[in-house]
Design a protein around this ligand. Structure first.
Ligand SMILES: [Zn+2]
Length: 369
């Protein structure tokens, strides 16, 4: 096996390290792609119902998504897998699948072998990536009652297999730093932590720290340097753009997506956010993290609720575009913020080219049912 860190990679990493995030200027001369015209790949959705109004919206505004099965620890995986792949077979262009793996049987014999066999069957059916969720690190326990961390040796054969097959690990590990801080009405995550107190870890010293889980995530990349890792939600470093840049330099196979964290980006100085995109144009992907999961409800949704979801999705895609591509001051999540006005070549990479390359989407789209 060739060593993953070539001299060229190291040199490029060194050059990136030495260039400050503020050293990049905006190219305002090139024409901007039109919103409807540019292909927008949302790499992080949870759409688990065949809703024609969503397909119509996607066709009209030129969106495709990657549909993510998660989690692996609540017993719903077989159902999610069935619905996700049915949707993919019906609309391979719109809904490629990111699968996940069972965590309930992790203490049983041959866990890694069985998991690898399950994943291989999912890849044969066209799955483009594998999700790992924050339940690893913050909920599930080892045999000795410790929190199971994502770099636990239990997972090493699985990560090694993904690396061998060139399949990305889509990693939502840890939480925003706000989970470890007192509830703050001004935080982007106030509503979530008020409504989901089980994930609000302030004053609960028995849980691993944010830093411990991020270090375990980074350790996966140290142990498996050829594994492609996509850090969901800005790699849970939404409060620390320098920390993101540092990982992108240190781990050449690390990437991030912005799902549910564009609102966090809007709180940083726009020049600094723009500089991150300009320094790492090939490493950042678009995503929203919209969930439509009727199988988790007690009663089926109404058509009015479906349409409400479609309407809010459309508003989200448009608002995001106004932030990334627009100019001047805009309103985002009820706050006045400065739009990024990213240059056209970066927008093309961010909105689709990076996802097409990293998730090998041409092969997924080309599959016929
Ligand atoms: Zn999600």
């Amino acid at each position: 096996m060739r060593h993953p860190l070539s001299v060229r990679t190291l040199r490029r990493a060194l050059a990136l390290l030495l260039s400050p995030l503020s050293a990049f200027a905006v190219d305002v001369a090139a024409p901007m792609p039109a919103y409807e015209k540019i292909l927008k790949i949302d790499v992080h959705s949870h759409i688990f119902e065949n809703v024609p109004a969503i397909h119509t919206l996607f066709a009209r505004i030129n969106v495709r998504t990657i549909n993510v099965c998660v989690p692996g620890g609540d017993g719903q995986l077989p159902l999610m897998d069935r619905i996700g792949f049915e949707l993919y077979r019906a609309h391979p262009q719109l809904y490629p699948v990111t699968t996940t793996f069972d965590l309930l049987t992790r203490h049983e014999p041959d866990y890694a072998t069985r998991t690898i066999a399950w994943l291989d069957r999912a890849f044969d059916r066209g799955a483009v990536a594998v999700k790992i969720w924050k339940e690893v690190g913050l909920e599930l326990k080892t045999r000795d009652g410790q929190f199971l961390l994502p770099d636990d040796p239990l997972f090493d054969p699985i990560y090694a297999h993904l690396a061998r097959r060139g399949i990305p690990l889509h990693a939502h590990l840890a939480e925003p730093i706000d989970a470890w801080l007192p509830l703050d009405k001004d935080s982007n995550h106030y509503t979530y932590y008020s409504q989901n107190p089980q994930w609000h870890l302030y004053g609960k010293p028995e849980y691993p720290s944010h830093a411990a889980i991020i270090a375990a995530r980074d350790n996966i990349m140290k142990k498996h340097p050829t594994l492609v890792v996509v850090g969901a939600h800005l790699g849970s470093l939404e409060h620390d753009l320098d920390g993101i840049a540092d990982r992108l330099v240190r781990y050449p196979n690390f990437h991030i997506e912005v799902a549910a964290r564009t609102r966090n980006l809007t709180r940083h100085p726009p020049d600094k956010v723009r500089a991150l995109f300009q320094k790492f144009p090939d490493r950042i992907m678009y995503g929203v993290d919209a969930g439509w999961m009727p199988h988790r409800r007690d009663t089926p949704p109404t058509d009015a609720q479906r349409q409400g979801h479609v309407n809010s999705l459309e508003l989200r895609y448009r608002a995001d575009w106004d932030y990334y591509a627009g100019t001047g001051e805009i309103t985002y999540n009820n706050r006045r913020v400065q739009a990024l006005h990213l240059p056209p070549d970066i927008l093309e990479k961010f909105y689709h080219a990076n996802a097409e390359r990293i998730f090998k989407l041409n092969a997924a789209w080309a599959r016929t049912p």
